[in-house]
Design a protein around this ligand. Sequence first.
Ligand SMILES: *Cc1c(COP(=O)(O)O)cnc(C)c1O
Length: 455
Amino acid sequence: MDFAALECMSCHRRYSTDRAQYRCLACGELLDVVYDFPVKDPEELKTRWQQRRLSDDPIDVSGVWRYRELIPFYRDTSNIVTYPEGNTPLVDAPRSAAYAGLRRLQVKHQGFNPTGSFKDNGMTTGVTQARVLGRNAVACASTGNTSAAMAAYASRAGMLGIVLVPDGQIAFAKLSQSLEYGALTLQIGGDFDVAMRLVEEITADVGIYLLNSLNPFRLEGQKTIMVEMLRQRGWVVPDRVVVPGGNLGNSSAFGKALKELFDLGLIDRLPKITIVQARGADPLYQTITSSTPDHLVTVHAKTLATAIKVGEPVSWKKAKRAMEWTNGWVAEVGEQEIADAKAIIGQDGIGCEPASATALAGIKQLVENGTDEEVERDEDVVAILTGHVLKDPDYTVRYHLGELFAEYVTETSVISKSEPLNSTFGNKPVHVEGTRDAILKVIYEEAARRGITIA
Ligand SMILES: *Cc1c(COP(=O)(O)O)cnc(C)c1O
């Protein structure tokens, strides 16, 4: 093998990384990037990564490329397109922990990336590979965050970014990013699954590089989320990593990362990967709990958590593999549970977008009444928050005002207002007369309600 190759996840045929290719030519399955890793001494490598944090070289500053020994496909560092990305916080979330019934919970917040989601971790490697291949145009279908990230990285690299988004079904803030970063933004009639099929058709046999998570180079960058998390924990492996699942690229990347780290001797055990889907967009859950878990059950996806509104997830087999490697599980949670969990993450002063909150909702469910899978109160759990709280302010404000409807569809078009959600942890703005006395009265009442003495 050259330093890196593409390998079919099913029949293990190998292909060169010099060609744009997304599926096995023999069996049509997804590809992995595989390496002859340049790793001799795991402890020395950990020290080297730690030392790079003192460096100002952009590829050391990046929270993806700092770990480049684990993603050595780029041939030459001059090909690397970095913002920089990664370097996201790992923080304690005590209110969220108590809400879920855990003693302690850490969240790794991928929303603190340059365009506000973990898609940046994957886009830096995807666009770098586009540059290795000499491509000038890149394309993706998106529920919003992939397009925001790709638009930014394509422009940074001087490439044309082409984005296919479902008309009126992505959060407004995400659409605004795609426009602002200069991508050609195509609004497609139909949902994400339709846009995904179209973009595969469009990019076949033309010089446009496809940058959905179908592309294995995307997943290589997303692997480093696990590496960074482990480094932040001093390489103490958690019992469990909980991650929202949509098109299932991220959970797939986490599985590959943990397996490689284990095989290379950087960790001595594997955390269980627990994937959480929204109940109206739960094809993996349906599949795993069916009598034929080797055949994908597709669904017509429906959820307000638009980032995971996917009915035919491209990477489901890799996600299933990640579950098998790590003894993991998949759960599904309802719209009310997602909305309330999101508000609790907000009360920790952290915040996230709706899709991210499925992680906390899923933990709570598995602590309280896990049947097939149970989370223990004492478990060491890390939840991955996938996107920033400002990604979907419309949802957040509606929740707090008590105007969120499971059937209220988009920012640009109201399809119907039915299935109202409870504003369980709502924090309504208070209308108050503009006088000192009136304002202070409200303040003292609220302080008393919260048991806080204004000293
Ligand atoms: C893309 C995305 C997801 C889903 O990730 P997959 O890799 O498609 O499973 C979840 N949350 C947010 C915020 C996202 O942008």
